[in-house]
Design a protein around this ligand. Structure first.
Ligand SMILES: Cc1ncc(COP(=O)(O)O)c(C=O)c1O
Length: 412
């Protein structure tokens, strides 16, 4: 596949076997890609081929199969490093997920470096994965925990930074690049330069950004960046943490056990080099190989084309849903949001909305999206969320609108 400016979604869709089925007699409209993405044949084939031809434990055996498996695993690391333009593949740690990547930073950096008088800053837009670990380590270390508020338009109110900076020694700022519940694209460049002016580290949760837009860690301004494979068409149970090498080298390990050591004696243990120091136990080798194949797949389509496609879908969805007076839309205007649209139907709980849409073969997310503090700020307990990816068609948004008319007819 050659990179293309305008994305051929119907052709791309043919790569995804899941769309060959019908749900309740209707073609599947999967509008829940923010929670997890479907898998193309290229990724499924890569995982199967690895198991069929190259599978053994990595970094263990001194025999051909183990060496082949190790080569495939490290090859995947190189691909993932290239995907975010990391200066070195050694700066990519394979984890279980974005959640584990963020916990790794909170535990292995935060617990060891924070103390009373320090300030940990997150935003009101965070997923619990980039909120709860920081709240926890702040409490454990006696550091102050502060949130950058969102304004009326669901964008970060950076005018609060001065007051937050006055609360103590800001040591870490943790924010997502794209909000999973509202699709807001956050100004990481401005946050990172503020963080660095304070002498703080910038931790970026790119779980909703890496699958959908080109990321360059050398220009983003982050010190750490976390993302998951399963949201970018790869397998579950593998994620990545990119970190600046000197930080990774200074940090204590997160998980302890096999592979991550240099030397173990009765008296003490010393740690291996980065990234092995953070990859204790049997590595998710087949998953990492699938992660590498997913990265290849997305890059062959072209990240700019994917971003543009989703942007057009979001604008279309906002227009179409905006035609329905009984719908409340949340989040910023189309030009400042990714392919995620959150909404509520007046008087009908999102779970009921989602149930009726399922009968029409339409899958959307209903709930608090692991963003309870944000839901409270919005004054709701839950929203409906439609989210798009490279295989999403505009016709599926039309079906969503028709489905919502049925919801209103049945339950309104
Ligand atoms: C913004 C954001 N951060 C972190 C996560 C956690 O990702 P994972 O469940 O893959 O660890 C998610 C998942 O929805 C997310 O949307």
């Amino acid at each position: 596949m050659t990179p293309q400016l305008k994305l051929d979604a119907p052709r791309i869709r043919a790569d995804f076997p899941i769309f060959e089925q019908v749900i309740h007699g209707k073609p599947l409209a999967f509008l829940d890609s923010a929670v997890t993405a479907q898998k193309p044949r290229q990724v499924l084939d890569a995982v199967r081929e690895f198991y069929e031809t190259s599978y053994a434990n990595v970094h263990r055996g001194v025999y051909t199969l183990s060496e082949r498996a190790t080569e495939a695993y490290e090859g995947a690391r190189t691909k993932v490093a290239g995907f975010v333009n990391a200066p070195s593949a050694r700066e990519i740690v394979f984890t279980r997920s974005a959640t584990e990547s963020l916990n790794l930073v909170a535990y292995a950096w935060g617990l060891w470096n924070l103390r009373p008088g320090d300030v940990v800053v997150v935003t009101e837009l965070e997923h619990h994965s980039n909120f709860v670990p920081w709240q926890f380590v702040a409490r454990k270390t006696g550091a102050t925990f502060r949130m950058i508020p969102v304004d009326e338009g669901a964008e970060l109110d950076l005018s609060a930074l001065d007051a937050i900076g006055g609360d103590g020694d800001v040591k870490v700022v943790a924010a997502n690049l794209v909000s999973n519940s509202l699709g807001t694209i956050n100004p990481i460049d401005r946050l990172a330069s503020w963080a660095h002016d304070q002498g703080a580290l910038m931790v970026v949760d790119a779980a909703q950004a890496a699958p959908h837009r080109k990321i360059d860690v050398q220009t983003l301004g982050a010190d750490f960046l976390a993302f998951s494979s399963h949201k970018l068409c790869g397998p579950t149970s593998v994620g990545a943490l990119w970190g600046r090498r000197e930080l990774l080298e200074q940090m204590e390990p997160f998980n302890l056990g096999g592979h991550m050591i240099r030397k173990v004696t009765f008296e003490e243990t010393t740690w291996g080099d980065v990234p092995g120091k953070f990859e204790a136990g049997t590595q998710p080798s087949a998953e990492a190989v699938g992660f590498g194949a997913a990265v290849d797949y997305l890059q062959a389509v072209g990240m700019e084309a994917i971003e543009q496609h989703e942007h057009e879908l979001a604008a279309y969805a906002l227009d179409r849903l905006g035609e329905l007076p009984w719908i409340t839309l949340y989040g910023p205007p189309a030009d400042r949001r990714a392919g995620i649209v959150s909404f509520n139907v007046d008087g009908i709980h999102p779970h009921d909305v989602s149930q009726v849409l399922d009968w029409e073969g339409i899958a959307i997310r209903a709930g608090h999206h692991c963003c309870q503090p944000l839901m409270r700020k919005l004054g709701v307990t839950a929203t409906n969320r439609a989210s798009f990816y490279l295989y999403t068609l505009p016709e599926e948004i039309d079906r969503l609108v028709e489905g919502l008319l049925k919801v209103k007819e049945k339950l309104g």
